[in-house]
Design a protein around this ligand. Structure first.
Ligand code: SF4
Length: 363
């Protein structure tokens, strides 16, 4: 959806505000397109290069990943109460959604109903940000910069729009945005470093871990632990970390046992879903199609297991150095709920951010 030419054209127009959102994995992969070593963190240089190319605002998809974790965690706790649709499948990988819709449609209800971080960010830009800035949805052009070619298909799904206005107007992969920047003679090492813009630009360490395998599961467990155990809540869940395409972890939170599986790669996914007795013993399953998650996405520079290991290590290092490491501690997420959405799972949050319109709080 959207091409480099489309985005170049809109960047040169004055009558529309062009907003980029940058997926978590790109901060540790874009450098490879410009000759840096795998795993070099170039967040600020990349934002600076997008600003130099003409993007008016640059937001962090890791921020919407934090919002996704709040909504997903709320839905997960509700399902644990009722026992319905367990295990919960994470919904941030559109390729896993497509695969299950086509190959295992009987399990579609297991997906968490919250939209992916890409679509959640698009929806928030066209509602929350537009209202705060007194802009009309049609005056905004949202470009997702993603590790993934399937995100282009996701952006065209009928549920990803409000009144015929899509949440996201164009999706460029890592390689495509590098081509756009090179076409404009922008060199990463020479640009002025910049920070993500306010309102949707602060992310917890957990939100940034969405870029690698196990990161979505760890973000969810951080939420559940800190919700159920408050001050005693844990931050790190090393049990879910690793590079193998199928992993399982047993975690104890507030005296309860949680069984979690982390799956990446279609063959692992197919094996697991073909064995109903096996997959139903889990409470939650993180689903990714690419090897080691989005750091190995189809729109990324070509990688080997060693390159992906360097990218993954860099994301965990970013997380370990963040002051805020849990989604609900993110000040921008708190402000979003206080000023706009109300509480997690509210009618407004569900209406804007979920694919099902059932309010998690009242229905
Ligand atoms: S795992 Fe691959 S297909 Fe899934 S969202 Fe990430 S890059 Fe896209």
């Amino acid at each position: 959806m959207g091409t480099i030419e489309d985005v170049n054209k809109v960047l040169d127009e004055d009558n529309v505000q062009v907003v980029a959102q940058v997926a978590p994995a790109l901060r540790v992969t874009i450098g490879e397109e410009f000759g840096y070593k795998p795993g070099t963190v170039l967040t600020k240089q990349f934002i600076g290069s997008l600003k130099q190319a003409g993007f008016d605002k640059v937001f962090d998809t890791s921020t919407s990943a934090d919002v996704v974790t709040v909504e997903e965690g709320t839905e997960f706790l509700k399902r644990l109460e009722t026992g319905e649709c367990l295990p919960l499948f994470t919904s941030c990988c559109p390729a896993s959604v497509l695969f299950i819709e086509r190959q295992f449609p009987q399990y579609v209800d297991h997906f968490c109903t919250v939209k992916s971080p890409q679509q959640t960010m698009g929806a928030l830009i066209k509602t929350y940000y537009a209202e705060k800035m007194k802009l009309k949805q049609k005056d905004l052009f949202v470009v997702s910069v993603m590790p993934c070619v399937v995100k282009k298909l996701e952006a065209k799904r009928p549920e990803m729009e409000f009144n015929n206005i899509p949440h996201v107007d164009a999706v460029l992969t890592t390689k495509e945005i590098a081509e756009l920047l090179k076409g404009r003679r922008i060199e990463l090492e020479k640009v002025k470093e910049e920070n993500f813009d306010n309102l949707l630009g602060d992310a917890s360490g957990a939100g940034q871990l969405f870029g690698t395998t196990g990161g979505v599961a760890e973000a969810l467990l951080r939420f559940v632990s800190n919700k159920l155990e408050q001050d005693l809540g844990r931050v790190e869940f090393k049990e879910v970390r690793g590079m193998e395409g199928f992993r399982e972890a047993n975690v104890k939170i507030a005296g309860k046992k949680f069984k979690v599986a982390i799956v990446d790669g279609l063959h692992h996914l197919k094996d697991l879903l073909s064995n109903e007795k096996k997959f139903k013993k889990y409470h939650a399953i993180e689903l990714m199609v690419c090897p080691n998650g989005c750091i190995g996405g189809g729109g990324q520079p070509i990688s080997t297991p060693e390159i992906r290991a360097a990218r993954r290590k860099a994301l965990f290092k970013i997380d370990s150095k963040e002051n805020v490491r849990i989604c609900m501690d993110n000040p921008e997420v708190k402000k979003l709920y206080n000023d706009y959405l109300g509480e997690p799972g509210s009618r407004k949050a569900v209406s804007f951010l979920h694919t099902s319109k059932v309010c998690l709080k009242c229905d």
